[in-house]
Design a protein around this ligand. Structure first.
Ligand SMILES: Nc1ncnc2c1ncn2[C@@H]1O[C@H](COP(=O)(O)OP(=O)(O)OP(=O)(O)O)[C@@H](O)[C@H]1O
Length: 205
């Protein structure tokens, strides 16, 4: 999947968050969107994903040179973000079953294997509302990383993770993202160390 931004700009009310972003995210590339708190990293990720619409310029998607309509791009990406809500009443097992109605898991994976991969076997039947913030983050990462999508969008992926959780995240990225386009919004090197391409949002003010 190729994602192309051409002179893209986004404002909230009268404040431009970024302007004139012309950038191409290529298939299999690993990209970090960098910048301080409040600079617009999450907003750019939301414009890429289509959750927010740009106010100027364009965003387009191509799969092997064929255009992908913006309103079908949701099928091709998975996303983990602090703002994304989990369904609190569901257990982890139920969450994965529900998720399977929308996205397939990576080949060879079952809900049980995903739960084991994030070391939450002991809490698989507990409602998510009783999870700690770090456990919730593991669930969000698992739903994104283990979905069989060519594009993976991660907004501050190590939010609420302890040292063990960060190592787990880094291991999952190393093991399960080969060949996928990875775009990480972050200001923490531990989250984006593997990204060879770095995009500073401050260059687009
Ligand atoms: N829905 C919204 N309405 C109005 N302003 C918004 C909205 N969402 C974000 N903003 C503003 O846009 C700016 C960029 O926010 P954004 O969340 O993209 O920054 P960020 O770089 O991801 O920050 P952080 O590192 O703190 O997560 C901030 O000034 C924020 O207040």
């Amino acid at each position: 999947m190729t994602i192309s931004l051409n002179q893209a700009g986004k404002r909230y009310n009268y404040d431009w968050i970024f302007r004139k972003v012309t950038y191409t995210f290529r298939p299999g590339g690993r990209y970090a969107i960098l910048g301080p708190n409040g600079s617009g990293k999450s907003t750019l990720l939301q414009v890429i994903s289509g959750h927010q619409h740009q106010n100027e310029g364009s965003v387009s998607y191509h799969l092997q040179d064929q255009p992908v309509p913006a309103d079908t791009f949701y099928q091709y990406f998975s996303l983990a973000a602090p703002a994304l809500e989990l369904i609190e009443e569901l257990t982890l097992k139920e969450t994965l079953q529900f998720h399977l109605q929308f996205k397939q898991l990576l080949p060879g994976f079952t809900p049980e294997k995903v739960i084991a991969a994030i070391s939450l076997e002991h809490a698989a039947d507990k409602q998510l509302r009783h999870y700690s913030s770090g456990m919730r983050q593991r669930v969000k990462l698992a739903l994104a990383i283990f979905s069989n999508t060519p594009v993976l969008l991660l907004d501050e992926p190590c939010t609420n993770l302890d040292t063990t959780g960060i190592k787990l995240y880094q291991g999952l990225i190393a093991q399960y993202t080969a060949g996928r386009t990875l775009i990480i919004s972050s200001n923490d090197e531990q989250e984006y160390f593997m990204c060879e391409e770095r995009l500073s949002i401050l260059d687009y003010k």
